[in-house]
Design a protein around this ligand. Structure first.
Ligand code: NAI
Length: 270
């Protein structure tokens, strides 16, 4: 169902890789709600070509940008304002990658070159995106910036590996930059802490099947899907959430406040 919540709003959506991506579902929902946007991803991801179908469906243009490259980000922000015909109302940062996870190195056996690269992609890129928008005065007043995160920033999930540290850094950047963006430009900045979701990035975590089922059994409402996350993000981009900022918003069916559920107890009571 569409409520036209984003009619007249313009934005940039990072991170739609394929139709499982949270950013993909978000782009579809934002389009349904009347928002216009530029899609962006790393050049290497664009080469897979799937994003063209999303661009066609949503009437969007694609601008390649490696989110660790300041020159790519500057080009992205300038071109987006040209294409959309003005300042930006919403930005989704939906980017994450750990090379240690991908190559199977344990948390206790990190290759620090990979760690640094992963931190740059998964966390520092959020600062780079916001600094570019801030310096170019590219955000409209009451604009909204959202990044996606995971609860491993607060609690231990051993196989989430160095991504846990990256998410803690990402959430801190949201608060720190959000202060300046709020004071100076009346722009809000938040992170959404999403349930485990079967995407390329999610499924890359060791033991993901156990992980997602456990979270589902622990959550009174069950796991939040990618579509649920897209809907929540739409509300965060809308004018209905104008005074929400500097928050890490759990979107997880209640998981983060549950000590144990009956279903999980049963599995241990035999
Ligand atoms: P995904 O694999 O579909 O999306 C990750 C995106 O990051 C891809 O589009 C990829 O091309 C992009 N990316 C990687 N390196 C980049 C770079 N240098 N520059 C620009 N983009 C780059 O997976 P998903 O799950 O949709 O991930 C989106 C966000 O949601 C990530 O921040 C992830 O950590 C977060 N998240 C995912 C959860 C899950 O279980 N899938 C749970 C909680 C948060």
């Amino acid at each position: 169902m569409s409520y036209n919540l984003l009619k007249g709003k313009k934005g940039i959506i990072f991170g739609a890789l394929d139709e499982n991506s949270i950013a993909w579902k978000t782009a579809e929902r934002v389009h349904e709600e009347g928002g216009e946007f530029v899609l962006t991803n790393a050049p290497v991801a664009l080469r897979m070509g799937q994003i063209n179908a999303l661009a066609e469906k949503t009437g969007s243009q694609i601008i390649p940008a490696d989110a660790t490259s300041m020159s790519d980000l500057e080009n992205l922000v300038e071109k987006s304002m040209e294409i959309l015909g003005g300042k930006i109302d919403f930005v989704l940062h939906s980017i994450g990658m750990s090379i240690n996870v991908r190559k199977g190195n344990a948390y206790t056996d990190q290759n620090y070159d990979w760690t640094q690269k992963g931190t740059d992609i998964s966390a520092m890129s959020f600062h780079k995106v916001m600094q570019t928008l801030y310096k170019k005065d590219a955000m409209s007043e009451w604009g909204s910036i959202v990044a996606l995160t995971y609860m491993a920033a607060q609690r231990v999930f051993p196989d989430y590996n160095d991504m846990a540290d990256n998410k803690a850094y990402l959430e801190s950047i949201a608060r720190s930059f959000g202060y300046f963006f709020g004071k100076d430009k009346k722009v809000r900045v938040n992170t959404i802490s999403q349930s485990p979701t079967p995407t390329t990035a999610g499924s890359g975590v060791k033991g993901f099947d156990g992980f997602i089922n456990y979270a589902d059994k622990m959550s009174p409402l069950g796991n939040a899907t990618a579509l649920d996350c897209a809907n929540y993000t739409v509300s965060m981009f809308s004018d209905l959430t104008k005074k929400v900022t500097l928050q890490n918003l759990f979107h997880d069916g209640g998981f983060s406040n549950v000590g144990v559920s009956n279903e999980v107890m049963e599995a241990f009571s035999k």
